[in-house]
Design a protein around this ligand. Sequence first.
Ligand code: ADE
Length: 224
Amino acid sequence: MRIDIITVLPELMESPFNASILSRAKEKGIVEVYFHNLRDYTDNTYKQVDDYQYGGGAGMVLMIEPIDKCISGLQKERQYDEIIYMTPDGTTLDQKLANQLSLHENIIILCGHYKGVDQRVRDKFITKEISIGDYVLSGGELGAAVLCDAVIRLLPGVLNDETSALTDSFQDNLLAPPVYTRPADYKGMKVPDLLLSGNFPKIEKWREEQALERTQRLRPDLLK
Ligand code: ADE
């Protein structure tokens, strides 16, 4: 999978991709991530990428021209499955959407900033608008990093244990069951006996029951 990220703050985005699972995915050649600094697509001496909004009002708006240059240049090189705009008024990211996006070959992610982007960018280029939750961030970069993490860990070969993404919370609209590791007794706090029994069919059944009980208690909305 190839991900092209368009941003005015590439430095804010690079570090999550240089650690742990995401860096391993890059090293294994499973994902390629490219950052494009919007300022590199301006002609003006001040490398200005934003301007005041027509009609007045507080806040700057990202201009269409550098975004057009960047996206059009990328589109000349290859076909993109989705051109995503990170924005608080987009569709809220969930596991189902991450699963869908993980099936794509090439995606572009445009990070909004200030008051957002000129509406004509959204009308002409954007195929999907995604929010990571009902709160406003200072830009789309952290949202894009969250989105990339959720998608990249699903790509085949990224996680060591191939089944582990399938047993994540939300994969069946259920929260994951509780997990334990050594020691079996820590200061009198004991691991449930069943997990030490070696009776795997029973353990599997217990995990299913726990997942359902947890979901009913903590996130009943998922069961509707
Ligand atoms: N940009 C600003 N706030 C955002 C949010 N909640 N999700 C995605 N992008 C954003």
